[in-house]
Write a protein that binds this ligand. Structure first.
Ligand code: MG
Length: 232
């Protein structure tokens, strides 16, 4: 598998609360939030729990959900022990690759895209106030793009007591690619430009680097993290 990743603090924020994980066929991005150091602790903790989870013995979707629930419990435990970390949380979008198949676990507004035959398709639904209103038909896409609560999450690892995980799976075809990213990319680079950059760069690492550079060139208003994988 050709896989590449890049994370960058951006041009406005002082610290990078995003993170990513690549461990064999396990790919993940996380975008943390919270005061002081809490955001990066939330994303880092969630990715560490994922890294240490013993995948491979059971059913992939069940394992993914269990690993994400363990990450949630761990982030909440840390937040309960340390008042300065109260309320911290993180997005978590995970792809678990199996022969011919991808299993995805997802919470928050980071994204997973499937790149197939020259098209890019977002496979995850954003868990943000604006995205939920859009799905409910209460606002249109133009309104969602400028909605004051477009970055307010309705689901996250850690932040709220209850956790609902989206589990998605789909078959992988020869030539497919995967793109995982935080909103620091998707808020500045539209799908047409993502697609163009993916097609222009022969390796996953070159594509990941170029996507991050494009977000920076457009202002880099948020931390930005990209994982690109070409499984075959
Ligand atoms: Mg972000």
């Amino acid at each position: 598998m050709d896989v590449g990743a890049r994370t960058h603090v951006g041009k406005v924020r002082r610290k990078n609360e995003d993170g990513y994980l690549i461990r064999g066929g396990l790919l993940a991005v996380a975008d943390g939030m919270g005061g002081h150091l809490a955001g990066e602790i939330a994303s880092g903790t969630a990715l560490m729990v994922l890294r240490d989870y013993p995948f491979g013995s059971g059913e992939p979707a069940a394992e993914l959900e269990e690993a994400m629930r363990a990450a949630h419990a761990r982030v909440r435990q840390l937040a309960a022990e340390e008042p300065s970390m109260a309320g911290m949380g993180t997005t978590l979008t995970v792809a678990l690759l199996r022969p011919g198949r991808v299993h995805v676990g997802h919470v928050g507004d980071s994204r997973l895209y499937l790149w197939r035959r020259g098209e890019l398709r977002q496979m995850t639904a954003d868990h943000s106030v604006a995205a939920e209103l859009l799905r409910a038909g209460q606002i249109d896409e133009a309104a969602a793009r400028v909605h004051p609560h477009r970055h307010v999450l309705t689901r996250a690892i850690g932040a709220l007591p209850e956790l609902e995980v989206d589990l998605i799976e789909f078959p992988l075809e020869p030539g497919d690619g995967l793109l995982l990213c935080t909103d620091g990319l998707s808020c500045l680079v539209d799908e047409e430009d993502m697609l163009r950059v993916l097609a222009e760069h022969p390796t996953a690492q070159a594509a990941a680097d170029a996507l991050v550079q494009l977000a920076l060139a457009r202002g880099g208003i948020d931390n930005v993290t990209v994982v690109v994988a070409r499984p075959d």
